[in-house]
Design a protein around this ligand. Structure first.
Ligand SMILES: [Mg+2]
Length: 343
């Protein structure tokens, strides 16, 4: 029976999708181009030299796709525009399909993406990572557009909580999306990761089935969880926004929610997602147990003493790609931990 876990599934994989910010590079810094993460340029080169298909999936919304790709090329990456999937072009397709005219609360660098769209008399709001444009005045303007609509539509280009730049963590679009949802008592629609529709559009371009593709990202829910909900494999790097302390806190929050839901709640949708995320991340600390007797068969979680973030190895795009290509190589058996040869 074919292996389903990572990295045992490597031989069944035909494609890889890489997140960009936090996986390939950290944004910000002098000049604004950011800094390539160690080994990531080589990892892209290795994947392109392999028989695997490669695409890049990002929630980047501070620049047009062309400008963004040019930045990555300056950093040394062999990347072309047609390989990169950000939310804005997908949003433009949705606007045209549904006859929507947006009020835009986005970064000025993204505005050219919407040149072909009718923005008169708006009947929806699009929110992206507007950064400095997230002023009270601009948020209030978006709020007033939404609250005055008979059928308010809020489209959010991603829903990340935060991301990392070279000078530290930054609030992401999801925070402001939630503010507008709360003020207007509505549910926004996400275009971008973790939307299954967004991941599926990348898979369609690759011509591959979800189980044939591995997603590598630094966001536990948008990258890993989103990919896994779509049926793909998902693994997390420990670069970018990853922080051992924050990760532990996040997982504690998720598993606390899981415990509550498994105590008699009929619907465990969130718990099921959590389990899939945990299986794929391979972070090794949290373990799930099937309760034997009592508790109605509820699942319980424990944390091994060796799970301190300080003792975890550093997983990067480069290390994941190295393991993937070694596992795929015929007649060569390598161990997962440390990359030591077994054969
Ligand atoms: Mg990222």
């Amino acid at each position: 029976m074919a292996a389903t876990g990572w990295p045992g599934c490597a031989n069944s994989l035909k494609g890889v999708i890489l997140d960009m910010c936090g996986v390939l590079y950290d944004s910000g810094g002098e000049g604004g181009d950011g800094v390539a993460i160690s080994g990531s340029i080589g990892a892209v080169e290795k994947l392109k030299a392999s028989d695997l298909q490669l695409r890049f999936c990002t929630n980047e919304t501070q620049a047009t796709r062309e400008t963004f790709v040019a930045k990555l090329q300056r950093l040394g990456f062999d990347i072309s525009v047609s390989e990169v999937f950000p939310p804005a072009p997908a949003a433009v397709a949705v606007l045209k399909e549904r006859g929507l005219r947006p009020h835009l609360l986005v970064h000025e660098g993204l505005l050219p993406e919407f040149d072909s769209v009718d923005k008169n008399n708006p009947n929806c709001v699009i929110i992206g990572d507007a950064a400095e444009n997230f002023s009270y005045q601009n948020l209030n303007e978006a709020f007033r557009v939404l609250i005055d609509l008979e059928k308010p539509v809020l489209l959010s280009l991603g829903q990340g909580r935060y991301y990392k730049e070279t000078d530290g963590l930054k609030l992401d679009v999801g925070v402001y999306m939630k503010a507008l949802e709360y003020a207007c008592d509505l549910k926004g629609e996400v275009i971008g990761k973790p939307s299954s529709m967004f991941f599926q559009s990348v898979l369609n371009d690759m011509g591959l089935q979800p189980h044939e593709v591995l997603m590598i990202g630094d966001d536990l829910l948008s990258d890993v969880g989103g990919a896994q909900q779509c049926g793909m494999k998902g693994v997390q790097v420990r670069t970018g926004k990853y922080s051992g302390t924050l990760h532990c806190r996040r997982m504690a929050s998720i598993t606390a929610g899981l415990s509550k839901r498994t105590r008699g709640a009929p619907c465990n949708r969130g718990g099921a997602v959590t389990q899939k995320v945990n299986d794929g991340v391979n972070f090794g600390g949290l373990r799930r147990h099937r309760s034997r007797g009592g508790g109605g068969g509820a699942d319980k979680w424990s944390s091994s003493s060796s799970s301190s973030p300080d003792t975890w190895p550093t997983f990067t795009a480069a290390s994941h790609v190295t393991v993937l290509l070694r596992e795929k190589a015929p007649f060569v058996s390598q161990s997962w931990e440390g990359g030591r040869s077994l054969g």
